[in-house]
Design a protein around this ligand. Sequence first.
Ligand code: FAD
Length: 469
Amino acid sequence: EKSLVWFRRDLRDYDHAALYHALKSSKKVYCVFVFDTAILNQLNDKADRRVEFIWESVRELKTSLQKHGSDLIVLHGNAGDEIPKLANTLLVNAVFTNHDYEPSAITRDAHVAEQLNKSSIAFHHYKDHVIFEKDEVLNLSGKPYCVFTPYKNMWLKTVNDFFFKAYPVDNHLNNLAKTNASPFISLEDLGFKHTNLASMRLPTGMQGGLTLFNDFIERMSRYKDARDFPAIKGVSYLSVHLRFGTISIRHLAREAMQSANTGAQTWLSELIWRDFYVQILHHNPSVAAGRAYKVEFESLKFPNDTALFQAWCDGKTGYPLVDAAMRQLNTTGFMHNRLRMVAASFLVKDLLIDWRWGERYFAEKLIDFDLSANNGGWQWAASTGCDAQPWFRIFNPITQSERFDAQGKFIRKYVPELTKCNDKEIHAPWLIPLLRLQELNLSIGKDYAAPVVDHATQRLQALALYKNI
Ligand code: FAD
């Protein structure tokens, strides 16, 4: 028996469902990763941190498999065609992979299964990316949940040690196919450029994921109190590792579950939100095609002013916390969760721009971009989603700033124009009296943008817009 393991959003060689099943059932297991042109060709910016993150992580995986006398075959082409071709060339009996829940991936996998079937090659696929998938957590009437808290309660009721157990790959590693090490493709040959990833404190690959998690374990008990403040190191920064599977969700959930403190329990809740949105996407694939979860909100008529959208993208709205958030996104590919909520709410309910525009912009820029979580987050902010922010609740960007960045530390980092403002002034610099502005040598509208809209006015407009529905 020979088989092929196809790695996708699971770039690790420990606690890996597909690898475990392949190694257990076959004496010769090949491993492959495809830099998929069907995905890469859609990226306009050829300096993409995600591609570099994947490239670094694939390199580490390849080296790790080589240490076992094997290798990772790395291809560059259309995965839907490359996988059946390779499976036929290697004469394997089966291809093993882990589930990907995005509609485009499901279509691709169906095509692969069909091609493999023509050559009588089996296609086995497993849950690996989440603790619970598809229909594993349903309500008492057998229907998917659309509200988080009851979903979470059922999740906690259903879970037991079995679901956290690691797939023990180590015992079977001698079943990896013994092959000569092949050279690794360069980022340039993939048509991409290096980014500022190396300068960021974001270690890549399995080692990087574990390093970040070990650092976070020390802070996990403080998560509940620290998670909302972007200027402090309160969160785990593991989203990109969860996205590309360089860390195992079972490992993280197990550790959080075992810690009885409230910090760990709050963090576990966030991991459950992740499962929640994945199952929402599974049951409502139309959200991936721009549909609102609550269809009645599809008739919302946003004015969509392109100049305001551009100001938001560039971090030049005149609202310091929003601008700092957008500049963090543009320069690092990351944005703190509190700021994602503030920036998203501001785009939709202050600038009155269609949430799909913001969703698309985040999808281009976020290093941890994940369709289910991003769509869930945007529909939450726009009040069109399941269990969303009620439509009449509108974040005030100034009070959010005063509450969550009271000393303006985060703002000062990304909006250096305002460095000299004191802790009170920095949240709404257009309110600073003229004399004081002169003292600060700051000209609003010149050195730093004047507010592009007035929050109080826009709030009323947003309420009127939503009220019509
Ligand atoms: P932590 O606070 O340490 O949380 C741990 C993990 O839980 C995260 O890594 C993530 O996998 C998961 N998680 C946390 N919050 C959420 C959530 N609300 N929904 C789903 N999973 C969650 N998260 C993404 O991974 N990819 C996205 O594209 C994405 N887009 C978002 C867009 C908007 C508008 C909003 C409001 C939120 C979005 N989130 C997204 C959720 C959240 O902001 C990030 O997961 C989080 O900021 C990542 O930082 P962290 O790893 O330090 O999170």
